[in-house]
Design a protein around this ligand. Structure first.
Ligand SMILES: [Zn+2]
Length: 69
């Protein structure tokens, strides 16, 4: 008999390191240099999507700063 076993390890491999809130716990001193907030998607860049969030935050804050002066 030549039956194949389906491997169950594939699902485990794809498991992401995100918390239910969406992101890993950031370092306690992690905060965004642009908006100054912590525990935000832009507060600590450890993935491409968060790099995007940081970039978006930078643009948003640059805009606010320029209208401020
Ligand atoms: Zn920010």
């Amino acid at each position: 008999m030549n039956h194949r076993k389906h491997k169950q390890t594939e699902n485990i491999k794809n498991r992401k390191m995100y918390t239910p809130e969406g992101y890993l716990k950031d370092p306690p001193d992690a905060k965004c240099p642009h908006c100054g907030k912590s525990d935000k998607s832009c507060s600590h860049v450890n993935s491409v999507s968060r790099a995007w969030a940081r970039d978006t935050c930078k643009k948003t804050n640059d805009k606010e700063n320029s209208t401020d002066s």
